[in-house]
Design a protein around this ligand. Structure first.
Ligand code: WTA
Length: 637
């Protein structure tokens, strides 16, 4: 199948059509898929409740579209390539026929464990083909998958299991990460000591590490699959039945479960995959994300497989065994489309161009960037050295909540501008708003980025708490989906993302809420209060600066810092460790008790010359103490 736009003029024409007649446009796209029952209506929506439904009344199974449908035409072609962490370990490949058979076998194994339509299954796994198989197996039988990034702590895992009320957890003995190994099963055991809903744990042997198995609860992956038939009926799903839940951080409270449904997600991820990356049959596509994030869901598994593509999954990290690993993998597999995060590019830039130039990268056609704004320096390095000046860079802006890419160039067709995500994809109607809701029409003016018309893969609800979905995304600007990002638009309509305007920070492309980190820090018994802000970090994009009130600190600051880092690692995971911990006598609060984060942000950025109006502070003197204390972070800024 091909949904691919092949010229810029065609994009302009299609875009116009998608705005003039959204239903007609999406109907045309959706017809490319296999529906077990045709839909009666393309879209029914209102953004007040909100209540959004796509392909209403239709029935489908996404795996039938991602696997079975391709068997007659490309059953023997490669669906999945797997590159291990250690280049000395053999890689693996699976054809579409093999991937379908493995999916069915695991789907049957899940059924034997009592998993059925609507049950929630948590995956806490290494980046191995079995994880893709398991995701698809859930979808095959209508179970709702929820992948938890395997860098999260036992506590964070337990919170997600509890919120999803998961019946089964899929995990492994452990994972490889560069030179390190991380044992996962003990983390799962610790999490399960805190929750009661899980009936079974399926454990994959990956490291051959010793594992504690709990009788009647835990079973080995290979035992579960052994003897299972390689056929499994693809359960009919309503378009709006849940496909998956993915937890993501917000401004307040605990991470929320973003809900995506079957029909719209299928249509949108396939459509955007083919257009943004300009994927052509036979190409090898590689996205370096982890399946624990939305990028892995939409653009390692679903988008590519729905398009009959060859998708590469990588277990390792960019810098091990050396800083040439990415480029060696590109050379080995003759990768055509390469999709990574700015933080990875920046971490490789420090090693110079030698590792890049040592590899044959002539297969590359399109380069992608995702997860955070890409700075111009990184953009040019990527374009010039990796893309040899000939590959277009697509800077794809989107979110867990959007399900797929909303703003981006189409590889090679659209104009590019460094650090600009570019134009809206067909069907996407972005607007920039002033804080009073007024639409900004003039160019180069920053505003809140909102979307005024639904698109098929948008968030449907936050699991178990629809009110929260409404409050977070649909109440700031009535009638609009609010993204939480600030952006500008050039005179020719290209968007530049400035960054989050809420209390979410992007650390190495990982999304974290400042409130969630504060809660973790406050879990230390000696901490009275804390406030966390982001600050510009050369490699990570944003670093984490924690201001902490801890009266007992005294002379042993370093010891306390270690303890606080430990507590954050325990509560959330190592990815949320503060880069800086500053003990302060107080926090800048207004008379009504609200922390003025604006001031803390300025201090963390080292811009203390211009703190703005501090007259509403309860005790302006704390600001001086905070500024003094931040002095020591100035070196290396
Ligand atoms: C940021 C990741 C600038 C943005 C797919 C967004 C970006 C948040 C870009 C979502 C980009 C993502 N340019 N910023 N190309 N892509 N972001 O949910 O702030 O992990 O709101 O989804 O990442 O992060 P999430």
């Amino acid at each position: 199948m091909s949904l691919r736009i092949t010229s810029f003029e065609q994009y302009q024409e299609v875009y116009r059509q998608s705005v003039d007649d959204p239903d007609g446009f999406w109907d045309g796209v959706a017809r490319e898929f296999v529906w077990q029952r045709p839909y009666d209506e393309v879209c029914r929506w209102e953004f007040d409740t909100p209540d959004v439904k796509w392909f209403v009344g239709g029935q489908l199974n996404i795996t039938e579209n991602a696997l079975d449908r391709h068997i007659p035409t490309r059953g023997e072609e490669r669906a999945l390539l797997w590159e291990p962490n250690d280049p000395k370990v053999p890689s693996r490949t699976m054809t579409y026929r093999e991937l379908l058979a493995e999916t069915c076998r695991f789907a049957n194994a899940l059924k034997a464990l009592g998993v059925g339509k609507g049950d929630r299954v948590i995956l806490y796994m290494p980046m191995v083909p079995e994880m893709t198989v398991a995701v698809l197996a859930c979808a095959r039988i209508g179970a709702v998958h929820s992948v938890v990034f395997a860098g999260f702590s036992a506590k964070a895992l337990a919170d997600r299991i509890e919120d999803a009320q998961a019946k089964v957890v899929l995990t492994a003995d452990g994972l490889n990460r560069g030179a390190k190994q991380v044992l996962l099963k003990p983390i799962v055991d610790e999490a399960l000591a805190q929750v009661g809903c899980v009936q079974h744990v399926v454990v994959l042997r990956h490291l051959q590490a010793e594992v504690n198995m709990v009788m009647n609860r835990d079973c080995w992956w290979d035992h579960c699959v052994d003897g299972m038939p390689d056929h499994c009926h693809a359960v009919p799903m309503d378009s709006e039945d849940l496909l998956f839940i993915l937890y993501t951080s917000g401004s307040t409270g605990k991470p929320k479960g973003v809900v995506h449904t079957c029909g719209g997600y299928m249509v949108y991820t396939a459509y955007t995959f083919q257009n943004v990356f300009q994927y052509e049959p036979g190409d090898v596509y590689w996205c370096t994300a982890d399946l624990g994030w939305i990028t892995g869901h939409s653009y390692i598994v679903y988008g590519p497989l729905l398009s009959g593509a060859t998708t590469l999954m990588f277990e390792g990290i960019p810098t091990w065994p050396d800083a040439g690993r990415f480029w060696q993998v590109c050379q080995k597999w003759k990768v055509n489309q390469f999709y990574t995060a700015p933080t990875a590019i920046r971490s490789l830039m420090v090693s110079g161009t030698e590792p890049v130039l040592a590899c044959d990268l002539t297969s590359l056609k399109v380069l992608g960037s995702v997860g955070e704004p890409i700075n111009e320096e990184a953009w040019h390095w990527y374009h010039t050295h990796v893309g040899q000046g000939r590959c277009p860079v697509v800077d794809t802006w989107w979110q867990t909540e959007t399900g797929g890419i909303l703003l981006s160039g189409l590889g090679g067709l659209s104009p590019m501008k460094p650090a600009h995500a570019g134009l809206p994809l067909p069907g996407i109607q972005p607007v920039l708003l002033e804080s009073n809701g007024q639409e900004i029409v003039e160019s180069n003016t920053e505003g809140a980025l909102c979307i005024k018309h639904p698109w098929p893969s948008m968030i449907r609800t936050t699991y178990g708490d629809h009110k929260r979905c409404r409050e977070v995304y649909f109440s700031a600007f009535p009638g609009m989906y609010f993204t939480g990002d600030g952006a500008k638009r050039t005179a020719d309509g290209m968007f530049r993302i400035i960054g989050r305007v809420d209390d979410v920070i992007n650390v190495s492309g990982h999304r974290l809420g400042t409130a969630e980190i504060e809660d973790a820090i406050n879990a230390h018994p000696a901490v009275v209060e804390s406030a966390v802000v982001g600050f510009p970090h050369e490699v990570k994009g944003s670093g984490i600066h924690a201001f902490v009130i801890c009266p007992d600190v005294g002379r042993d600051e370093a010891d306390w810092q270690v303890e606080i880092v430990e507590v954050v690692s325990r509560e959330i995971g190592k990815i949320a460790k503060p880069d800086r911990i500053q003990f302060v006598p107080g926090l800048p609060k207004t008379r009504s008790g609200k922390i003025m984060r604006r001031i803390l942000r300025k201090v963390a950025e080292g811009q203390t010359g211009d703190l703005g109006d501090v007259s509403t502070l309860l005790d302006p003197s704390v600001v001086d103490a905070i500024i003094d204390g931040a002095d020591r972070f100035k070196t290396g800024r």
